[in-house]
Design a protein around this ligand. Structure first.
Ligand code: CS2
Ligand code: MG
Length: 402
């Protein structure tokens, strides 16, 4: 079997997505997600101009060799654009291999380690009362794990909270919108949210929170300690994780479980965090961490150190990434939880998929491959529309992490 044609498909059914499609001389095709929120065309160009031409004539069954060829062959290794491009090709190749085997992808990854994939949804509100209402709404929809984000008094906006009660889509403008941030106001307010949530919903419900890289290590230690009475499932991205050693300081101050890694694109971003058990969950995703092949390496390494998976699953990761992720989620021994932000209807129409949501869990489905396809005619109806992620500044104008 040989790869005879390749292309990238850029579409914007409410938000931008980039998809790679590889076609073979035996009529089998595979697709992979190549979406990098705010830098979509960088990845599309990387693929069209530098990666995809190298694939023509290759045997799609040689997944590992192609991965090594693309990872080592670029010379300038790693990085979000590079690893997202490799991820999309890798995902498409696994899709082809599973289709040729006539099996759902999880069968090639070791089969089922569980019957269903626990997911968490996003509840947010402009204040604590609205957030409580949203958590109740998600609980009524069957979610057993819910991430809660709330507005902070004195701040016009904050991460994870939409001002219009619609689902939160951060890539909101043709040039980066600017938001003001105050860690002090935030640190004083968040414990009140979780105190209220525990008194409203009791101890069973899994509660999660995303700090979104905004604190210093000692501030994160303070927050983790303040949240201990409310036993969160995890506190996510407490600090930016380039300095992996910084997590040791957080660890010294709190037993609140820590999750990190949605921005990671290789095992080298998290090797120290895992080896020294500085975190409890790794959030790396199929689309940004080199595909199924590399993400499985990361999770297998994490399994040696009691670190579990918690893959990123925001709406800026396409249904193709979600579909592929679920096959890994159901197969690996150290699965933790899967983030699940349902896509809008237009996106679901562009990306028909086999996965389904039932009672707080996702199921990958039994379709051969990863179970997701792309309707190219429909995709063509939604042209790319440049959109940036916001930036944040402190009240004195200092640029800080959004
Ligand atoms: C967030 C994301 O889902 C999450 O945990 O961190 O919404 C993140 O802000 C976006 O994926 C960025 O594009
Ligand atoms: Mg996050």
């Amino acid at each position: 079997m040989k790869i005879v044609s390749t292309r990238t498909i850029v579409t914007c059914p409410g938000r931008n997505f980039v998809t790679v499609k590889l076609e073979t001389d035996e009529g089998v095709w595979g697709i992979g997600d190549a979406t990098l929120n705010g830098r979509e065309l960088a990845v599309a160009t990387m693929l069209d101009e530098h990666v995809l031409p190298c694939l023509i004539g290759r045997d799609p069954g040689n997944i590992e060799d192609i991965w090594q060829y693309l990872y080592r062959g670029v010379y300038w290794r790693r990085g979000a654009v590079n690893m997202t491009a490799i991820a999309a090709v890798d995902t498409a190749l696994w899709d082809i291999k599973a289709k040729c085997a006539g099996m759902p992808l999880y069968q090639l990854l070791g089969g089922k380690s569980r019957e269903r994939v626990l997911v968490y949804g996003h509840a947010n509100g402009r204040d604590i009362s609205e957030t409580v209402e949203e958590v109740a709404r998600y609980q009524d929809m069957g979610y057993q794990a819910i991430r809660a984000q709330t507005g902070v008094p004195g701040l016009e906006s904050t991460y994870g909270v939409s001002n219009s009660r619609t689902s939160y889509e951060p890539a909101d403008a043709g040039l980066p919108s600017e938001h003001v941030w105050s860690s002090e106001r935030y640190l004083n307010h968040v414990p009140r949210l979780f105190e209220r949530l525990r008194s409203e919903f009791g101890d069973e419900l899994h509660l999660l929170h995303d700090v979104h890289h905004r604190l210093s290590p000692i501030e994160a230690g303070r927050l983790g300690k303040a949240l201990e009475p409310f036993h969160l499932f995890w506190l996510e991205d407490a600090v930016a994780a380039e300095n992996q050693a910084a997590f040791r300081l957080i660890r010294e101050h709190t037993t609140t479980p820590l999750a990190v890694g949605e921005v990671f694109n290789s095992i080298w971003d998290c090797k120290e965090l895992i080896e020294q058990q500085l975190v409890d969950y790794i959030r790396a995703s199929v689309v940004h961490a080199g595909g199924i092949s590399h993400l499985k390496r990361i999770f297998d390494f994490a399994s040696l150190y009691h670190v579990r998976s918690g893959s990123h699953g925001a709406t800026d990761l396409s249904p193709v990434c979600m579909g592929a992720a679920l096959h890994l989620d159901i197969a690996i021994p150290n699965f933790g939880i899967q983030e699940y932000m349902p896509h809008n209807e237009q996106t679901d129409d562009v990306f028909p998929h086999a996965y389904s949501f039932v009672n707080g869990h996702l199921f990958p489905g039994e379709t051969a491959g990863h179970g997701v396809d792309i309707d190219e005619k429909l995709a063509a109806k939604f042209p790319y529309k440049r959109a940036y992620l916001p930036i944040s500044r402190l009240t004195d104008g200092t640029l800080c992490n959004w």
